[in-house]
Design a protein around this ligand. Structure first.
Ligand code: THU
Length: 162
């Protein structure tokens, strides 16, 4: 038997002013983007903003449906957009924020399990870490070096022999 462990390193910023300007601007932008989400059922609006290799930006928001399970998270809407608009480009940084009519958006939230799997697929596709910036409308900001840090033991292409 061998007892092993996995460590995740991440940074916590108390204020936007502690971040480099590019990152602070991404966060300010994604905080606005989430306001345009279509989320009349949960009233929890999420925005995801990708900074691409060429410094262009592509965003996604959650898209809900009266048939609840059909709804899509902002992160997977974003990946579909990125893969359609800029299929050959890596994502350098992904900023995620939210706002809600039900709760205060004063702390960061991390992508759900299904989105983590989708994000890891995208990272594997380009073999390059996607840096994550997570934030609410105010409060602390979390920076992770790679989306894979959110999903240890991910199911990947090589498990299928691909
Ligand atoms: N949601 C996202 O867009 N991303 C996540 O990572 C978590 C949840 C959306 C799905 C649904 O429209 C609403 O937030 C409430 O779950």
């Amino acid at each position: 038997m061998a007892a092993e462990s996995i460590q995740v390193h991440y940074k916590v910023y108390n204020h936007l002013s502690e971040l480099p300007t590019t990152d602070a601007n991404l966060i300010l932008e994604v905080r606005e983007i989430c306001k345009s989400a279509y989320a009349p059922y949960s009233r929890f609006r999420v925005g995801a903003l990708a900074l691409m290799e060429d410094n262009s930006k592509i965003h996604g928001t959650n898209q809900e449906n009266a048939s609840y399970p059909i709804g899509l998270c902002a992160e997977r809407v974003l990946l579909a957009a990125v893969s359609s608009i800029a299929p050959d480009q890596k994502i350098k940084t992904l900023a995620i924020s939210y706002e809600s009519d039900e709760v205060d958006a004063m702390a960061p939230v991390a992508p759900c399990g299904m989105c983590r799997q989708s994000l890891v697929e995208y990272e594997s596709r380009f073999n390059e870490p996607i840096r994550l910036l997570l934030s609410g409308q105010t409060g602390t900001i979390i920076e992770l070096n790679s989306v894979s840090d959110l999903l240890p033991f991910a199911f990947k292409h090589f498990h299928l022999g691909k």
